[in-house]
Design a protein around this ligand. Structure first.
Ligand code: GTP
Ligand code: MG
Length: 203
């Protein structure tokens, strides 16, 4: 049951920004990927782009530094920019680094033109925590002239949850009636389901 319109033709790294002034000019609609360190943001991006390690991943938290932009062309000639955000909640970062990156994520999420959707990744076994709720709240802030980016809650590492518990967990994990979509790098069919939710969030 694949959706041919979601098939990626081409994906490439376009830019990395460590500060707000370094953000590249927006060239297409954007989808950002936010979540705690190590939750699986870069791994999900690689699955969505159908590339093994275009976004750098690591078993050590704190791998993605700065905001990383990837441009993706799909078979139906859509152009998307997928945006890998640094993870939050990583205790080993220095205090100044935490403040700087908090400022960077806040600034990006509240001001970026063309940011239509924001995927909020939560570990399926941990559920939503305070920092995650903070991201959902941020999305509703920002310029009044801008349409608030649509949140898409994604429960990651679903392979770690016993199969019979998965559907119930997806129903209960997201707040305010949002329904979560499940993802695992170990369950290839989930990539297409995530693509569908993201596309639906952008219309
Ligand atoms: P930061 O860049 O530090 O914020 O982390 P991240 O959210 O980008 O996480 P990353 O994709 O680097 O993955 C962290 C670790 O989790 C790596 O060791 C991945 O192999 C592992 N991982 C990611 N997704 C899955 C999954 O679906 N299942 C399992 N079992 N492991 C996963
Ligand atoms: Mg990462």
């Amino acid at each position: 049951m694949t959706d041919p319109t979601a098939t990626v033709l081409d994906a490439r790294f376009t830019a990395q920004a460590a500060t707000l002034v370094q953000l590249p000019p927006p060239v297409s609609v954007e989808i950002a990927f936010a979540g705690r360190s190590n939750v699986g943001k870069s791994s999900l991006l690689n699955s969505l782009m159908n590339r093994r390690n275009l976004a750098r991943t690591s078993s050590t938290p704190g791998c993605t530094r700065g905001i990383t932009f990837f441009e993706v062309k799909t078979r139906d000639a859509s152009l998307f920019t997928l945006v890998d955000l640094p993870g939050y909640g990583y205790a080993q970062r220095s205090k100044s680094e935490k403040i700087g990156w908090g400022h960077l994520i806040d600034g990006y999420l509240t001001t970026r033109p063309g940011l239509l959707a924001c995927a909020l990744l939560v570990d399926a076994r941990r559920g939503i925590e305070d920092d995650d709720l903070g991201v959902l709240e941020l999305l509703t802030k920002g310029a009044r002239t801008r349409k608030a980016p649509t949140p898409v809650v994604i429960a990651t590492k679903l392979d770690k949850v016993p199969r019979p518990q998965r559907q119930k967990l997806l129903k209960e994990i997201a707040p305010n009636g949002l329904r979560a979509v499940g993802f695992s790098t170990e369950l290839p069919e989930t990539t297409e389901l995530v693509w569908r939710s993201l596309r639906a969030a952008m219309v």
